[in-house]
Design a protein around this ligand. Structure first.
Ligand SMILES: [Fe+2]
Length: 331
């Protein structure tokens, strides 16, 4: 009997017949291993292994399998951001960020991106207001961005976004015609950036879709503690996605998407007379002060490689890093 051929015509897999609970996994991995791309082969092999083990360990019922398929279809139908939300509530987003952007002690830790960053935020001069919400409690933010040695980093592009006082991002309002409660700034020669916004409020993540229903079933709440998002970009520096959380929020220790870290919790102050005059704001409004610390791409890369090597050794896997990602070490 002729052996089956792959789509590329290569004959390198045995006939896939009489597959069982016990041999389906190695055979699936073999048929997936023809691309010549070591990383793709490895990732697919691990995915299939864990997926199959999941089914074997849970004795996954046909009904449950179908429910999962329907759940994923529903996620895709409601909005593509539902998948980010799903990744967030499963803790995967935070895990991937932690693996990819490890932070040396003293640098600013990362947090979840969430589904509400947009690419149309206006580039504003330092000192500008990014709020158009008259109901929000005014807040002045005075920030710096420095390296791990305390030197200012000028020319960093910073995306900043938060909800309005009702706990909604602008994109959640029907009929949004322009960005609001978001902007892009650039740090000055002394690494400073400053803006006017509003005191952030806690808000529920979208809970009218499949992910919301899942949380309800799991008896989990859907709230995020009050925060402002920040994203820092400059060539040669590690891309930092983070957020600052306001101390004392009722959801501080139970964030629905696991984004809070102690180092990212801040105390708001009140603007004094001198600061008010200097920045052209009312005395007594909220003041957010924070010094962000970036690491270089090289620093992050070295730390990521070191942690990856240690983690793989601990797992006892015979792997090597190629382009900073593990693949089987066949040498
Ligand atoms: Fe958020």
């Amino acid at each position: 009997m002729a052996e089956p051929t792959s789509s590329s015509g290569a004959v390198n897999v045995p006939p896939l017949l009489d597959l069982t609970i016990d041999n389906i996994t190695p055979n699936t991995i073999r048929i997936n291993s023809q691309s010549g791309d070591a990383r793709l082969t490895y990732v697919m092999a691990r995915l299939v292994t864990h997926l199959h083990d999941f089914a074997r360990e849970t004795r996954l019922s046909t009904e449950e399998w179908m429910k999962a398929i329907e759940f994923l279809i529903a996620c895709g139908k409601i909005c593509s951001d539902e998948f980010i939300l799903l990744s967030d509530v499963l803790g995967l987003s935070l895990l991937v960020d932690s693996i990819n952007h490890p932070k040396p002690v003293g640098s600013t830790e990362g947090s979840v991106l969430g589904p509400f960053h947009t690419h149309d935020a206006p580039l504003l001069e330092n000192g500008s207001s990014m709020t158009s919400d008259p109901e929000g409690e005014p807040m002045l933010a005075l920030c710096t961005v420095k390296d791990t040695k305390g030197n200012p980093i000028p020319g960093v592009t910073i995306d900043i976004w938060e909800t309005d006082s009702s706990g909604h991002y602008d994109v959640q309002h029907a009929g949004r015609d322009s960005p609001s409660e978001r902007c892009v700034m650039v740090s000055d020669e002394e690494g400073r950036f400053w803006f006017k916004g509003i005191k952030p409020v806690s808000y529920p993540i979208p809970n009218d879709g499949p992910v919301g229903k899942l949380l309800e079933k799991l008896k989990r709440h859907c709230w995020r503690p009050a925060h402002v998002h920040f994203m820092f970009k400059k060539e040669g520096w590690d891309h930092l996605i983070t957020a600052l959380y306001i101390r004392g929020d009722p959801y501080e220790t139970s964030d629905a998407v696991f984004g809070v870290k102690k180092s990212l919790i801040v105390d708001l102050e009140k603007v004094d007379k001198e600061t008010a005059e200097r920045y052209g704001v009312m005395e007594g409004i909220w003041l957010l002060k924070h010094d962000f610390v970036l690491t270089t791409e090289k620093e992050t890369e070295e730390l990521r490689d070191k942690l990856a090597t240690e983690a793989l050794q601990k797992l006892g896997l015979n792997l090597k890093l190629v382009d900073h990602l593990p693949v089987p070490d066949l040498d």
